[in-house]
Design a protein around this ligand. Structure first.
Ligand code: DGJ
Length: 736
């Protein structure tokens, strides 16, 4: 049993293989957090709670004369605004009388095997023998607003998931002004750091570590998408935590819209972290009998540094979030047309690129932006999802057949959520665009946003893309989103419910994704948002891979992929080899380095084969052979980051190790070689100390113990951005 209840004491413990999470309903029915950390069984952590009277921290009426009981100082599981807790709340309401109090107390609990789905939302999935779920019901005795606080424990993943459902069991409507999914309170006044992943277009998920201080540290997106600018994830760790030692907690939001993640240290040095849908632009009217389901947060803890934290998240995402056959199957190696031709093509040019792709050994041709309506640049046609016969003169089915005849699978780019003013769709349905009456909407890349909160819009898109995917043998779809949301106003909602638009937008997107992926389960879906602008766990529930960044420069990519790797496995990080000089930075980098960086990811190409030198073509041929042979290791191997953040150093190194530790890859890249430099020794990790490995290049035969404790000398590297990629295979002596 991963969830236990000490009956008389109403103490709830969730155990995973290596962690314990505990809370209780106290004598007042307040849901009080007690412990989250390394596995501790048979312990009631109530003793940790040392209530003291604190000035200016008020006491609930039912605490009588006990001035030590205050919501303001107690570690809580689901803090609410308006009941004396002045810290960040999870729940804020506006009652029908205009007041904002909500005081939730314990009513009961239910434990079930497995993990229920969350209505309309992506969520971690698990069978009944892989997880247990605990639901705690809390209720306000005046308004009868209820919170069903939901916890699932997945023991073998060392993960606990949290979410909440708010129900109106009263007789008056109430407006939810903030519903966050998770709160983690820490009583112990330890000094801690937080790690977040900030970014910008072409520079996503840069890891940043900062000390927590009294007051608030917040990351957020108010853009209607999880964003390029902050990833919806936070790591809390000790000041001394490293890759391999120390305490670290991760929170990962399974949601793709606006979010907030905030960590604060209070007056008595307690730390609170909250995470959920961003309260800005959010208000949800809950009529009697209605409920609101908040998205899920994934929690994991490591007592042995970031490495274990990463392994926990990677395992969970690969095994309990990504669905469909491509969760475990090798994905075809694509050549994408974007950096090969941008908007400048016709069918002849595309076919010659595709022929070049075949010669290189690619397996899939992805036709990117520009194939539909009358689109020749980014100013028109979003919404007109029929082929542009001026460019693809033979029509899409015949073009697809021609691609297939070359021996390639065919994939196509779409941007379902968007509309151009210059489109037939806009001329027919101007009301389908998000716009505020009387105001000119904000344009971004000349495009506007469809009102995905409308059922008729989602229905139309489902029919449109169902017909497109049925029209020919499309085996791959790239779903893009090239702007953030503004003008949040839907013609279909009454004025006082406009606060629901942003979340309803996400529910519309998820509904469309769910219906299309169910109808076309064998189509491999890549999601994208101007690069990695919606790289989140919500999207991974529908698409096994996400375009990591529009920046394909391998030297920048090393930093982007390093940050991304803390949270997300390489299996879902799409990384392509592109042209040199690179189109984003103008940097010239060898084919070897471009291949080495893209290879440890979901691998492919974005370039025009006709512009490659003979030597580059030969190198690509070898890369493809290498990838086919080692893809399982490169995309599903256990990751070891051997050197710190490459953003701040001149070198990068990472390893991937097979589950049986018989095979490993090691990549070392030097950004700026130094003349007459000392020898670099890399101490490897994750190997079996008892096993002997054959190391190539170099043809060394060394034990795992030697490689991990004494290290591997890196050969002298010269030139611009040199790289060396090792493969280690278990060496068996004759007779072994
Ligand atoms: C942004 C994507 O990230 C690119 O790869 C490309 O698909 C363009 N959009 C097309 O408009």
């Amino acid at each position: 049993m991963s969830i236990t209840v000490a009956q008389g004491e109403r103490v709830f413990s969730l155990h995973t293989n290596n962690t314990t999470y505990q809370f209780r309903a106290d004598a007042y029915g307040i849901l009080q957090h007690l412990y989250y950390g390394p596995l501790v069984t048979n312990t009631n952590f109530t003793y940790l709670w040392q209530p003291r009277e604190r000035g200016f921290s008020g006491n609930p009426a039912d605490a009588g004369t006990n001035r030590r009981i205050s919501f303001d100082t107690m570690p809580l599981e689901f803090p609410c605004h308006g009941c004396g807790d002045y810290r960040e709340p999870c729940l804020e309401v506006r009652n029908s009388d205009g007041s904002n109090s909500v005081d939730l107390r314990y009513v009961g609990y239910e434990i079930t095997d497995g993990k229920p789905k969350l209505p309309g939302l992506p969520a971690v999935f698990a069978d009944s023998d892989q997880a247990q779920t605990l639901q705690i019901t809390l209720e306000d005795s005046i308004t009868h607003i209820r919170a069903i606080v939901q916890y699932s424990a997945l023991p073998s993943s060392d993960v606990i998931t949290r979410s909440v459902r708010i129900e109106n069991a009263g007789t008056s409507s109430v407006t939810l002004e903030r519903v966050l999914s998770c709160c983690l309170d820490f009583m112990q006044p330890d000094s801690r750091d937080i790690i977040s992943f900030y970014g910008r277009y072409a520079g996503e998920r840069t890891m940043e570590r900062t000390p927590l201080h009294h007051g608030q540290s917040r990351i957020e997106s108010t853009r209607g998408a999880s964003s390029l600018h902050f990833n919806p994830a936070l790591i809390l760790c000790d000041r001394t935590t490293t890759e391999t030692s120390g305490s670290a907690y991760a929170l990962l939001f399974v949601y793709s819209g606006s979010f907030i993640a905030q960590a604060g240290v209070d007056q008595i040095d307690q730390t609170r972290i909250v995470m959920g849908i961003h309260p800005q632009d959010f208000a949800w009217e809950l009529q009697p009998g209605d409920f609101f389901q908040a998205p899920e947060v994934i929690l994991t803890y490591s007592a042995t540094g970031f490495e274990t934290l990463t392994h926990n998240l990677h395992r969970l995402i690969n095994q309990h979030l990504i669905r469909g056959k491509y969760a475990s199957q090798r994905r075809p190696i694509p050549l994408n047309s974007w950096e090969a031709a941008y908007f400048e093509y016709d069918d002849e040019k595309l076919l010659s690129i595709a022929k070049g792709a075949v010669d290189l050994g690619a397996e899939l041709f992805v036709l990117d932006d520009g194939w539909f309506g009358s689109r020749n640049d980014d100013t028109s046609s979003l919404g007109d999802w029929h082929v542009n016969t001026d460019k693809i003169r033979c029509g899409l089915p015949v073009f697809c057949e021609k691609i297939n005849a070359l021996g390639l699978k065919f994939g196509i780019w779409i941007e379902p959520e968007m509309i151009s003013r210059n489109s037939d769709l806009y001329r027919l349905h101007p009301d389908w665009m998000l716009a505020i009456p009387g105001r000119a909407p904000i344009s971004s890349r000349w495009q506007f946003v469809l009102d995905m909160s409308r059922q008729d819009v989602v229905e139309y898109l489902f029919d449109t893309f169902s017909s497109l995917l049925s029209s020919c043998n499309i085996e791959y779809v790239k779903w893009d989103m090239n702007r953030n949301i503004g003008d949040i106003w839907s013609q279909q909602l009454p004025d006082k419910r406009q606060g629901e638009v942003l979340h309803r937008y996400m529910l519309g997107v998820y509904d469309l994704l769910q219906r299309l992926t169910s109808k076309f389960p064998d189509v491999l879906l890549e999601t994208c948002s101007g690069g990695g602008g919606r790289f989140d766990a919500g999207m991974l529930y529908y698409s096994p891979q996400i375009w990591c960044s529009d920046n394909t420069d391998p030297i920048d990519r090393v930093t982007i992929q390093y940050g991304t790797s803390f949270l997300y496995p390489f299996s879902c990080i799409i990384a392509h080899v592109s042209a040199s000089p690179n189109h984003q930075t103008g940097r010239t980098v060898s084919m070897e380095a471009r291949g080495a960086v893209a290879m440890t990811g979901s691998f492919g190409y974005s370039l025009d084969p006709s512009r490659l030198s003979t030597q580059e073509k030969e190198q690509i041929g070898k890369q493809i052979v290498d990838y086919k042979e080692n893809w399982e290791l490169y995309s599903h191997g256990t990751l070891y980051r051997l050197l710190p953040n490459p953003a701040n150093r001149s070198e990068a190194a990472w390893m991937l190790v097979s589950p049986d530790r018989c095979k490993a890859s090691l990549t070392y890249l030097l950004k700026s070689p130094i003349a007459n430099s000392p020898v670099k020794y890399l101490k490897l990790r994750g190997l079996d100390p008892e096993k002997v490995y054959f190391v190539k290049p170099g043809n060394l035969i060394l034990s795992g113990a030697a490689l991990m404790h004494a290290g591997l000398p890196i050969p002298e590297l010269r030139g611009d951005y040199p790289v060396v990629q090792f493969i280690l295979t278990r060496h068996l002596n004759p007779g072994e």
